[in-house]
Ligand binder design. Structure first.
Ligand code: NAD
Length: 921
């Protein structure tokens, strides 16, 4: 007799969905800590939260779509939906999902509900059906969006999410090796038929009698059944939001901490009956062939299921999975928004919201494929796609009748054609965002946009279709669903990436130092580059070496970029013209000029020879003129250009021994000031950078430790932005170095009028009014010389005497600074209160008196240092004035914390020791 080989069954695919919104748990505490201070204990990390248009059905659809990637939907024989938070008590929820996914009509669909363990129950039931040969492929989706009352531990512990598993007997990635189920009517919590919230019994009892007894019993059960020992299991997956209990269960089973899958509290919270499967999908992502996983789902008993990973796991098509879902996030700290989205608070929605929302079941039935399945049509005569499907093809050259086959649009890539933000339309998350979406290959659709802010939207942005709640008819208890467009995660970054494709950049002095980095970075982002350098020494002598520019050109070419070298001297008219000619000859245009070439000839003023004076002005100032002038002609013609001047702190603010250099460097600002006006109507933007970077020009000026930090790579991002078409700024000066950036500008004071009729004032009048003339309070930036004249002849009215007197009478602010406080701290240290304490408090104080300090308390000593600690127990962030108020007793620490004036990260509980350890008042 031929022995029939046992067919392998198990998991054939998986998918995960975690809503994009994550609520910082500290925001719950900050809003509600005054009422429930104890929730601080679990206020770490973020919990996932549904957008207002998401629920268990939409999340299950999203997870199922992730799971169905590269799978044939038509092979699905059954769909099991598990959830305890289903929108319909009597209308099969799984049926909505099946229609949304466009699964076959002749399949079994059913809802599993009423227990936290239904996610795993649905999996066991599906595996049994497959084992029995009744069905080949069963899709199981589990999702939950549980509600709790506000300011409750469970509000912190819970999160929203979904997972889906395809179970079957082909291409199995995790083989089913057996399961063990326990069924107890252990009601640690329950939700009555008419209740919105769970009723929860004493926590300690749930932990001791429930989690820590029932989960180990089920896991041991499946181990015994499979004749395995705990050390033969690679990953144990069992949700348990009690952190200590989660560890204890492993200990009880004799498992090592590294065998236990994290409960995901910090990243999303517990996602109800879906959580065992969410954790399982995360475990599958990391699993290697041959490894064994046990997944256990607790809730009035427990199911423990054993899987063994197969080689097929390496062949699974890429998907979002757990990692993709958890990393696609928007963190928020707006707790009222969370409450509004979950209907915990009622807000006035306006009269427009009262418009009837009743849905005709007849229409929904007739148009179910279009509404729930986003099914459009494709003409079999000409191939034109259209949504919605119609009787006549929209292609004017075809117009065939009844020629359209069903065509699914949900997975077709699309882009935004137009969009708007409507503040008048009713919206739970205003403004209501909608617009026209264009599908790849044809077809358009007026869509609502979701999971985005208005600022995220732009024409051309890739979007993907998502199944969401469109309306809620509260009177009749009906949730209506439709498809919306959501920006593709990461697409806007790609679209907004600063690129220089097809642009030509000239960089003078690009053979080394800053210029070389600009050239390389521009080339990496697509620019064709003219690398100019005459290859001289630091003082400009000994020019004529082509090697500096050649080395950079070769580096660019090695990176796959395009560049030519030019060895001309910027200090001559012909040199400038030749440099621009190189660009035109090699690439046909010039879009960017970075005037960067420079030399130094430092001498104190009396020793500043005319030769040194002239040489420096020739390279910096005249050099910029020589190159920019011919380039400007081309830029004007093409109606586009970006020019960067390079100034220096020496020119902006002065530096001993650099009169020639300072004069030349500030003269470049003058050149920019007028050029910005002449270039404005041709879209030529011109800006100036004052860099701070390690190069041969600065090697003997800067202290060595600072020199090491001054990488030119910290200057180039600013220069590249100013050189890009994304930059709308013109005529501005920016300091840039070591990761710090600021703008420098000329400000003009308000001034005073001193003319006496037609008579000019006397020098004595000037002296007498010196304070008003010299006043910079109320100073303004001035756009051009004409505006300066207007500003000069229209000074403000002199300050009314009364106001001035009131100003003087204002009380003096506290003279204590944060630095004083930290100096005093060791004296305020209470040694006796510090026994056994080993902590490092990091303070990050903002404001003009701010800075970083850290306080180390160890072995009953206290050490206070300025700067950042290597490893801090917790970090306290505050404004200087609030900090001083708090220390001097004017601001209560708890109030400071709950109002957001004090932010604490790290081990928040340890921060409470500060009051115990120091007597500061
Ligand atoms: P660098 O000496 O490394 O680079 C300057 C380059 O210009 C050199 O490769 C040199 O060969 C080239 N050059 C000099 N004269 C030339 C000429 N006549 N024609 C063509 N090329 C010529 O110095 P760097 O620090 O990279 O300086 C770049 C620019 O930044 C300069 O304008 C400098 O004044 C300015 N700057 C630098 C700093 C800084 O901290 N490094 C600070 C302020 C301003």
């Amino acid at each position: 007799m031929i022995k029939k080989e046992k067919t392998m069954i198990g998991i054939t695919s998986y998918g995960t969905y975690i809503p994009r919104l994550r609520l910082d748990r500290m925001a719950i505490f900050q809003s509600m800590g005054w009422f429930a201070p104890a929730i601080m204990m679990v206020a770490q990390g973020e919990r996932s939260m549904c957008n207002w248009d998401e629920d268990s059905i939409t999340m299950a659809v999203a997870a199922a779509r992730d799971c169905l990637i590269a799978k044939d939907k038509k092979s699905v024989d059954a769909l099991y939906l598990a959830s305890t938070t289903l929108p319909f008590a009597d209308r099969q929820n799984a049926g909505i999902i099946s229609t949304a996914l466009n699964l076959r009509d002749d399949i079994v669909t059913t809802d599993f509900t009423a227990s936290q363990r239904v996610g795993t129950t649905a999996v066991v039931t599906a595996l049994d059906a497959i084992k029995g040969g009744e069905r080949k492929n069963i899709l199981v989706a589990a999702a939950d969006r549980r509600e709790t009352k506000s300011a409750y531990f469970y509000e912190m512990w819970y999160g929203d999410g979904a997972a889906a598993l395809m179970l079957g007997n082909e291409d199995v990635i995790a083989e089913y090796k057996g399961s063990y189920s326990l069924s107890y009517d252990f009601a640690d919590h329950y939700r009555g038929r008419l209740n919105k919230y769970d009723y929860v019994w004493e926590e300690r009892w749930a932990r001791d009698e429930g989690y820590s007894k029932i989960i180990p019993q089920a896991i041991q059960g499946v181990l015994d059944q499979a004749n395995l020992k705990i050390d033969q299991i690679d990953t144990l997956v069992y949700p348990c939001f009690f952190k200590a209990e989660h560890k204890k269960i492993a200990k009880k089973l004799g498992a090592k901490p590294e065998q236990v899958m994290d409960n995901l509290h910090e990243v999303c919270g517990e996602t109800g009956c879906a959580h065992a499967l969410v954790m399982l999908t995360s475990a599958l992502e990391k699993a290697k062939p041959g490894q064994r996983i046990i997944v256990a789902g607790f809730g009035q008993g427990c199911n423990a299921i054993l899987f063994e990973i197969t080689d097929n796991i390496t062949k699974l098509a890429p998907r979002s999975g757990f990692d993709g879902a958890v990393n696609n996030k928007q963190s928020i700290d707006n707790y009222p928004k969370f409450m509004k989205f979950r209907d915990i608070i009622e807000t006035e929605m306006g009269i427009r919201a009262e418009a009837p929302t009743q849905i005709a079941m007849t229409t929904l039935w007739r148009k179910r494929k279009m509404i729930l399945g986003l099914m459009g049509g494709k003409c079999r005569e000409c191939g034109t796609q259209q949504f919605p499907k119609m009787d006549i093809c929209v292609n004017p050259n075809c117009n065939a009748h009844h020629s359209q086959d069903d065509h699914e649009f949900a997975d077709i890539p699309a882009k935004i054609n137009s969009y708007t933000g409507d503040l008048l339309a009713v919206s739970i998350d205003p403004p209501h965002k909608y617009g026209m979406v264009q599908f790849e290959g044809g077809g358009r659709f007026m869509a609502d946009f979701t999971d985005c802010d208005l600022e995220d939207l732009q024409v051309g942005l890739p979007v993907q279709m998502v199944f969401r709640r469109r309306l809620e008819d509260k009177d009749r208890g009906f949730s209506g669903y439709f498809w919306k467009a959501m920006p593709v995660p990461g697409a806007s970054e790609i679209l907004n990436r600063i690129k220089f494709d097809d642009q030509v950049a000239i960089i003078t002095g690009a053979g080394g130092g800053l210029g070389k980095i600009y050239a390389l970075e521009l080339a990496k982002r697509g620019a064709k580059v003219v690398v100019n350098d005459l290859g001289g020494s630091r003082d400009g002598t000994g020019g004529g070496s082509s090697s500096a520019a050649d080395v950079v050109v070769n580096e660019i070419k090695d990176l796959g970029g395009d560049a030519v070298a030019n060895y001309d001297n910027v200090a001559t008219v012909e040199g400038g013209e030749n440099i621009v000619k190189s660009a035109i000859d090699a690439f046909g245009r010039v879009d960017i000029v970075i005037n960067n070439a420079g030399i130094l000839r430092d001498k104190s003023f009396t020793k500043m020879t005319p030769e040194n004076w002239k040489a420096v002005l020739d390279v910096h100032l005249n050099g910029a003129y020589h190159v920019t002038r011919p380039a400007f002609t081309h830029m004007k013609e093409q109606g586009y250009g970006r020019i960067i001047m390079t100034t220096s702190a020496a020119g902006l603010y002065g530096n001993f021994g650099q009169t020639n250099y300072s004069a030349a460097k500030l003269a470049l600002v003058g050149l920019m000031n007028t050029l910005k006006i002449e270039g404005a109507k041709y879209n030529i933007k011109i800006n100036t950078v004052a860099p701070l970077a390690a190069s041969r020009l600065t090697e003997d000026i800067m202290p060595p430790d600072l020199f090491a930090k001054m990488k030119p790579e910290f200057v180039s991002p600013m220069v590249l932005y100013l050189a890009s078409d994304k930059c709308d700024e013109s005529g501005a000066i920016f300091n840039a170095g070591m990761g710090y950036y600021n703008r420098a500008s000329f400000y003009t004071g308000p001034g005073i009028e001193l003319s006496k009729g037609k008579e000019p004032p006397t020098p004595e009048d000037i002296k007498a009014n010196w304070d008003a003339i010299n006043e910079m309070d109320g100073a303004k930036e001035i756009s051009d010389a004409n505006a300066a004249i207007v500003a000069l002849i229209s000074p403000p009215d002199p300050k009314p005497k009364k106001a001035a007197a009131a100003d003087e009478a204002a009380p003096e602010a506290s003279s204590l600074t944060p630095k004083d406080v930290f100096n005093m701290m060791p004296d305020q240290f209470k040694k006796d209160a510090s026994a056994g304490v080993d902590v490092v408090f990091q303070y990050s104080i903002s404001g003009s008196d701010g800075g970083d300090w850290y306080v180390t308390v160890k072995d009953q000593t206290c050490d206070v240092q300025a700067g950042k600690a290597d490893q801090a127990t917790c970090t306290l962030k505050m404004k200087d004035s609030d900090f001083v108020d708090m220390i001097s007793g004017k601001l209560n620490p708890m109030q400071a914390f709950t109002s957001g004036k004090l932010a604490i990260s790290g081990d928040v509980m340890k921060s409470q020791l500060i009051e115990k350890l120091f007597s500061m008042k």
